[in-house]
Design a protein around this ligand. Structure first.
Ligand SMILES: CC(C)(COP(=O)(O)OP(=O)(O)OC[C@H]1O[C@@H](n2cnc3c(N)ncnc32)[C@H](O)[C@@H]1OP(=O)(O)O)[C@@H](O)C(=O)NCCC(=O)NCCS
Length: 136
């Protein structure tokens, strides 16, 4: 297994919207003491739903996530920022790209990219079937 590469500080995206900020707590850790990947994935799912909700105006479900690669660990006390933009609006589905940046505890204002994913949500009706996205 390769070593974790040295963190590179990056600029925040200017073409995406900040949709969530959250600070992981000890209850979110795995056995190594780092933050559990599944917890980060759940936050991405929540953050990713913010922009599609403006379009679907009602129930929706996550249908697909492509793909998660975790290049840097997330630690207790990091401030995580989730940036998102809509990349595709289909008939019943919307895809967003979500990028996650961490400010290390005691190193605020410097950002490390943690992961990114493309997430697709489907507008659904009361029976859970796909429904067309309202055209405003
Ligand atoms: C989401 C759900 C309602 C879609 O129903 P479906 O019959 O599979 O839907 P369809 O095949 O008609 O596809 C609906 C839309 O999803 C898109 N889609 C389906 N599979 C996809 C995939 N793997 N990747 C990206 N988009 C996908 C289709 O392209 C279509 O979008 P469009 O109308 O904009 O072109 C159904 O699959 C479902 O209920 N899944 C469970 C959702 C859920 O519980 N999520 C949380 C998991 S814990």
């Amino acid at each position: 297994m390769s070593e974790v590469s040295s963190p590179v500080h990056v600029a925040l995206p200017t073409d995406k919207e900040l949709v969530l900020k959250v600070i992981p707590m000890p209850a979110d850790c795995n056995a190594n003491g780092d933050i559990f990947g599944g917890w980060v994935m759940a936050q991405v799912d929540l953050a990713g739903s913010v922009l599609p909700a403006r379009h679907t105006q009602g129930r929706m479900a996550t249908v697909a996530v492509n793909e998660f690669v975790f290049k840097q660990p997330v630690r207790v006390g990091d401030i995580l920022s989730f940036y998102s933009s809509v990349t595709r609006i289909g008939r019943t589905s919307i895809t967003v790209k979500v990028e996650v940046y961490a400010e290390r505890f005691r190193s605020q204002g410097r950002y490390i990219k943690v992961t990114e994913a493309n997430v697709t949500y489907v507008a659904i009706d009361e029976q859970g079937r796909p429904r067309p996205i309202p055209q405003d």
